[in-house]
Design a protein around this ligand. Structure first.
Ligand SMILES: Cc1cc2nc3c(=O)[nH]c(=O)nc-3n(C[C@H](O)[C@H](O)[C@H](O)COP(=O)(O)OP(=O)(O)OC[C@H]3O[C@@H](n4cnc5c(N)ncnc54)[C@H](O)[C@@H]3O)c2cc1C
Length: 338
């Protein structure tokens, strides 16, 4: 074996790239394909809030998605309809227009659209929303479908995918990686790609592996499938607070412009909404340091609901989908014990 990968989206991308270079690759997943953050992701490919190197990387990612989508004959969920940040009051109008002008100077394909144009993309938005910034470079993916497509492509290039295989230790000798150990035995390889997201801590023969990964919780809720209405991903205006470096020096910026009733000190309220290809809406959500929990946090769900009742009053006649209605706690302080 020449290369071993462990993890989801990142590991499958690595496995596919290595296998297509002709290396003998095995991919280890201790649960099932896309078990981690990759299957619970809200699907934003959002360039709106990026500049400099971060924008270059995000554009490169979009190009990879474009090429991979073509190569796969459209065999994963990928919508290239752009993305929005809502302007929720007259008071925010100057700031959002200044934001758009600044982002255009940064080289982004972005414009301000009025309420009438906005309604063509987001017909159910609250009557107080006066317009939005629209970036045509934003997109939306069904991350679980991308994971499956990457794994399929890796297998076709000769990689082996091993689900239910937990990596117990990274083996090293003389300061070099030599392979991994699992319950099913030892696998030797000179290259190991360790891409296990929040489960990044691992024992190696030469001591513990500690990566500088910060663990956080991101809560979302989802509805049952509805008729397709929302044409692109969008954020409420509160998200601009998460992008403070991009707005804080603009002449009209003031923290008082934002409705922060549902935001708590020390956390970031992402204020995101998307409609997936099965018609379900996904809303999120507070991002905080709550540690690991797979169970709903009533406070977080309540705040998400109140926020989106304000933005999309009509949608909340819908039932919340049981399984996906759980907030997903994926960025961990400690690995889960299961
Ligand atoms: C709720 C939520 C919403 C998000 N929304 C967005 C978004 O809209 N846009 C965006 O760009 N990003 C978003 N993200 C971030 C994005 O989902 C992650 O950056 C990405 O999915 C990480 O992929 P990964 O492959 O690195 O990790 P993961 O998808 O977490 O995969 C890690 C995998 O490793 C496996 N594993 C762990 N330990 C072992 C072991 N010892 N042996 C074998 N396998 C092991 C796990 O079972 C898991 O399947 C979101 C994240 C969350 C949590």
């Amino acid at each position: 074996m020449q290369s071993l990968s462990a993890g989801a989206l990142s590991a499958r991308a690595a496995a596919r790239a290595l296998a297509s270079e002709g290396l003998d690759v095995a991919l280890f997943e201790r649960n099932r394909l896309g078990f981690g953050a990759s299957s619970r992701n809200i699907g934003f490919v959002f360039l709106h809030g990026r500049k400099g190197v971060s924008l270059d990387i995000a554009r490169r990612n979009r190009l990879l998605l474009d090429n991979f989508h073509d190569e796969m004959g459209g065999d994963f969920e990928y919508r290239r309809n752009g993305g929005l940040v809502l302007c929720e009051s007259q008071g925010q109008l100057s700031l959002i227009k200044e934001f758009v002008d600044a982002r255009r100077r940064d080289g982004l394909n972005i414009e301000f659209i009025d309420r009438q144009s906005l309604l063509e993309l987001a017909p159910d938005v609250d009557e107080n929303v006066v317009g939005a910034s629209f970036c045509s470079e934003d997109a939306q993916i069904g991350t679980a479908t991308v994971v499956r497509a990457l794994a399929g492509s890796a297998v076709r290039s000769g990689a082996t995918v091993l689900e239910g295989y937990e990596v117990l230790e990274i083996l090293t000798a003389g300061g070099r990686v030599t392979g991994i150990s699992t319950h099913a035995g030892r696998f030797d390889a000179p290259i190991v790609v360790w891409a296990t997201g929040p489960w990044h801590r691992m024992a190696t023969s030469s001591g513990p592996l500690e990566l500088p990964v910060k663990s956080m919780r991101n809560q979302l809720i989802a509805t049952t499938p509805q008729l397709p209405r929302l044409k692109c991903v969008l954020y409420g205006a509160i998200c601009l607070a998460a992008y403070t470096p991009l707005v804080k020096d603009l002449p009209s910026f003031s923290p008082d412009l934002f409705d922060r009733r549902e935001t708590k000190a020390g956390e970031c309220m992402m204020d995101a909404i998307s409609q997936r290809s099965d018609g379900s809406y996904v809303f999120g959500g507070p991002v905080d340091d709550a540690g690991f929990s797979w169970e709903p946090d009533v406070d977080g769900v309540g705040r998400i609901l109140r926020r989106f009742v304000r933005l999309f009053p009509g949608l909340f006649r819908e039932r919340i989908q049981g399984k996906l209605g759980r907030p997903h706690s994926l960025y961990l302080r400690q690995p889960p014990h299961h």
